[in-house]
Design a protein around this ligand. Structure first.
Ligand SMILES: [Zn+2]
Length: 391
């Protein structure tokens, strides 16, 4: 396990640099101010960018209808069809080098066709390698909530700090099934079962536990961290399972909140954040711009170190006991972790599409062993935090 020690300064430097190595493309407004980076997905010679992020950053309007996306930008109304290389731009048709793909709630559009797709709205600046966009009409200003983290040690208090409530968040639920895979495994059911098992283990160890949901119901991401804060949680763990088009990809992963460092981490975050599309109130979310990443990182900086430690403990336990291969520790911007004023991690309990992982996750004793490893890491974290607080 590599320890990721990243200071805010490095994060700032990372977000400002226009790096080809990161497989992103810089987005600028028409005055040349950076709006942030868009992730790139490689498709042969072509590279794709997510329409959801592009339109959000540029303030363009994006509507979804069956297998179509209708994007209204300054100077164009563009209709894109999934799997269809022809796009309708205003009153004419253009042909793209590759068809738009759909990936978890967003179309992914070929970079080479962007200027033709959005004439008057977007230009490629060959000098800077950046995409320059005309901004759409601004929406009403959003209010950024002040983070109100609780101090772990109260000044003047003689009583030793004790870990209070652990919030367990089974990912997805209701109309949002999450990923699916072999043995008819559906993420929302797997996560709920594991969450309940972890809760049982922790309660037996005398720890107060609250679940964000204990039935198969839909719950917006924002409500989950709000629930954690309202219940004065001291730790927040969101439980998920992954899927991938390539069945050979498998393994347990643990994430903590931070700007994504790798393209793969961006992919996982985009996937888990995609549920926002199902939520009626998606305008309440802060955009996942790099600037917001930095603000959020600073807001949760005091929890970041703890989150990283906890993620490492969780990974170690899973490696030893869960019978799953371990892919690693990573950091990425997950909406569900952002609002939590406490150390927060997100666990991907393996890939439902991978035969070895699916075998473990479909078996009751497999899920039980995994749950025990997650609970053990919480207990170790409790000792760790209580020791630090009393120093
Ligand atoms: Zn998930």
């Amino acid at each position: 396990m590599t320890t990721l020690r990243i200071s805010i300064f490095i994060l700032l430097a990372l977000s400002i640099s226009v790096s080809g190595a990161m497989d992103t493309v810089l987005l600028m407004d028409d005055s040349g101010s950076p709006l942030g980076n868009l992730p790139l997905l490689k498709r042969g010679e072509e590279q794709l960018i997510p329409s959801a992020l592009l339109t959000r950053k540029a303030n363009w309007q994006r509507e979804r209808e069956a297998n179509e996306e209708i994007i209204t930008a300054p100077g164009s109304v563009t209709i894109l069809r999934r799997g269809n290389p022809f796009a309708k731009v205003n009153d004419s048709h253009i042909q793209l080098r590759v068809a738009p793909e759909e990936w978890d709630g967003s179309f992914w559009l070929p970079l080479s066709g962007l200027q033709d797709m959005f004439p008057g709205g977007l230009t490629y600046n060959a000098e800077t390698g950046a995409l320059q966009v005309k901004m759409g009409a601004p929406e009403a200003e959003e209010v950024v909530p002040e983070p109100t983290p609780e101090k772990r040690t109260k000044i003047g208090s003689t009583e030793a700090w004790k870990l209070g409530t652990v919030i367990i968040d089974p990912g997805h639920g209701g109309k949002d099934p999450g990923a699916s895979g072999l043995y008819d495994l559906v993420e929302k059911n797997v996560t709920l079962d594991i969450a309940k098992r972890v809760a049982r283990e922790l309660r037996e160890a005398g720890i107060d536990v609250k679940l964000t949901r204990d039935t198969d119901r839909f719950m917006p991401l924002k409500d989950r961290s709000e629930f954690a804060n309202a219940n004065r949680g001291d730790l927040f763990v969101s439980i998920h399972a992954n899927s991938f088009r390539d069945a050979s990809i498998g393994g347990f992963e643990c994430y903590f909140l931070s700007p994504a460092r790798t393209e793969r981490a961006v992919e996982v975050a985009l996937k888990e954040n995609a549920v926002v599309e199902l939520e009626s109130s998606d305008h309440e979310y802060q955009e996942l711009t790099e600037a917001n990443h930095i603000l959020l990182t600073m807001a949760t900086a005091q929890y970041m170190k703890d989150s990283e430690t906890w993620a490492g403990l969780t990974l170690d336990e899973a490696k030893e006991k869960a019978g799953l291969s371990v892919r690693g520790l990573d950091q990425a911007g997950f909406y569900v972790l952002m609002g939590a004023s406490m150390p927060a991690i997100l666990i991907e309990c393996g890939f439902l599409t991978n035969p070895a992982d699916a075998r473990v996750l479909s078996a009751e004793n497999g899920r039980q062993r995994l749950s025990e490893s997650i609970a053990t890491a919480v207990l170790k974290m409790k000792r760790n935090m209580e020791a630090t607080a009393s120093r």
